[in-house]
Design a protein around this ligand. Structure first.
Ligand SMILES: [Zn+2]
Ligand SMILES: [Zn+2]
Length: 115
């Protein structure tokens, strides 16, 4: 593959944004192995990855919020189950257990960014 800008030079890298072949003169390396043809391309990819990061964090926040909500319900149902002396506790216990499972499922959806 030849450089997009210099037809006589071999490409040493490919722009991560526009996939153009780049020679040693044209290549701009910002991180190990990640190269760009221009600052414009670098900025585009950086802004995309920060958007992905934001979506990631927002999704995690929703999972944490749901997890806490389910946990509150679980505690309430189990607490009422313990306090109430009627047969209603046989409904409240499974409900409480269900919400504990929902809490675990919701919290297990939280992804660590470094994975
Ligand atoms: Zn580019
Ligand atoms: Zn070049």
């Amino acid at each position: 593959m030849k450089c997009y800008y210099h037809n006589d030079k071999d490409a040493v890298g490919i722009c991560k944004n526009c996939n153009k072949g780049l020679c040693i003169e044209c290549v701009k390396e910002i991180e190990n192995g990640i190269v760009f043809c221009s600052d414009k391309c670098a900025n585009e990819v950086i802004s995309i990855s920060s958007k992905i990061l934001k979506t990631y964090n927002d999704t995690n926040k929703i999972h944490i919020k749901n997890g806490i909500l389910y946990l509150v319900f679980a505690i309430l149902f189990l607490l009422f189950g313990v306090l109430i002396k009627s047969n209603l506790k046989f409904i409240l216990y499974p409900l409480g257990a269900g919400f504990i499972i929902a809490t675990i499922l919701s919290l297990s959806n939280i992804r660590k960014l470094k994975e």
